[in-house]
Design a binder for this molecule. Structure first.
Ligand code: PMV
Length: 325
């Protein structure tokens, strides 16, 4: 039997991280330049249930049964086992690799979960709909992060730009003009769960301060949806900058992120902000053109970025049919 494999992209959040946990809309786009890959080989001579996992990026080589039940790989297997009503998995070897930074705000945990779930179900001869893949990946996210909004597993499973409100059906975003983006890594790893938990305890003590900020970020996301649909990149840049001010005000940013944001604006970007959990990880820059993207990416690396990549959110909307809601 040939190897069965599946991949899943990374993602960045254009607008609305953290506020999305509190029910506000947010916008996320897939980043296909980085990806997770799961490859499965059958072991016809192995005993049922004999599953070996090899994840060289995290120096892990083990049998599934030796992983704790809380390990994300165990949770992904268990979610699939229950979904398909299996007693045992057939003997197999699973190899997992990823070019996403771990704890870097690009959705590494959701991306790895989606790749494993897709490969595993394909290996078992079942092609699950995206809705189910996303729901199973959400189970993995929940066990790891406590109260994830679900935006990561959704954008990564569907691999399309989305407008997302927690516990509501997601919307695919029409894109009126190609959007060039630079993703720059501070090189600082930061736990999303820790930042989400810290913000929650501050919000619980002082909802009067945080609720209006969350609502303001929600309104930025709604306006950004329009700007993306009509291809107004200058307005989108302003909204990205406005969002960053609120993230800074909530202490979600950090010195290194602020520095890269300042540099990007100094070199002519339309907008720049952190992306994802914050306090490290990655930031995004909206340049005015793809040519400017390459120039700003070089400047960011000269000014402390550990790594940069340039991506484009491709135009999908050629007729101007942008609803104003
Ligand atoms: O850091 P990431 O890539 O897991 O993104 C987290 C986005 C948050 O809004 C901070 C959390 C969430 O569950 O939406």
């Amino acid at each position: 039997m040939p190897a069965i494999s599946a991949t899943a992209p990374g993602k960045v959040i254009l607008i609305g991280e953290h506020a999305v946990v509190y029910g506000q809309p947010a916008i996320a786009v897939p980043v296909t330049q980085v990806q997770s890959r799961a490859v499965i080989l059958a072991c016809p001579k192995g005993k049922p249930g004999d599953v070996t996992i090899d994840a060289p990026d995290i120096q892990l080589k083990t049998r599934l049964e030796n992983l704790s039940v809380d390990h994300p790989f165990s949770i992904a297997f268990e979610a699939v086992r229950k979904e398909l009503h299996l007693t045992y998995f057939p003997a197999m070897r699973l190899r997992i690799s990823s070019t996403l930074p771990i704890a870097g705000g690009m959705g590494s945990s959701a991306s790895i979960a989606v790749a494993i779930i897709r490969a595993l179900t394909r290996f078992l001869g079942v092609e699950l709909p995206n809705e189910t893949i996303s729901a199973l990946a959400y189970q993995v996210e929940k066990r790891q992060h406590g109260t994830p909004s679900g935006i990561d597993n959704t954008v990564i499973t569907y691999a399309q730009p989305i407008y997302f409100i927690r516990e509501q059906p997601y919307e695919v975003l029409p894109v009126g003009k190609d959007i060039p983006l630079i993703v720059a890594d501070t090189g600082i790893r930061s736990s999303t769960a820790a930042v989400v938990n810290d913000l929650r305890s501050r919000w619980q003590k002082d909802p009067q301060t945080y609720d209006p900020i969350f609502a303001a970020i929600g309104s930025i996301a709604a306006r950004a949806k329009q700007a993306i649909c009509t291809g107004d990149l200058s307005l989108l840049g302003d909204l990205i900058n406005e969002n960053q001010k609120y993230l800074h005000e909530m202490s979600i940013s950090c010195r290194e992120l602020d520095h890269l944001v300042e540099q990007a604006i100094k070199f002519g970007a339309l907008g720049a902000k952190l992306s994802g959990g914050g306090r490290g990880g990655n930031m995004i820059v909206l340049p005015s053109s793809i040519e400017q993207a390459e120039m700003i990416a070089i400047k960011l690396r000269e000014n402390g970025a550990f790594r940069t990549l340039v991506t484009t959110v491709a135009q999908t909307n050629k007729e101007e049919t942008c609803s104003s809601s």
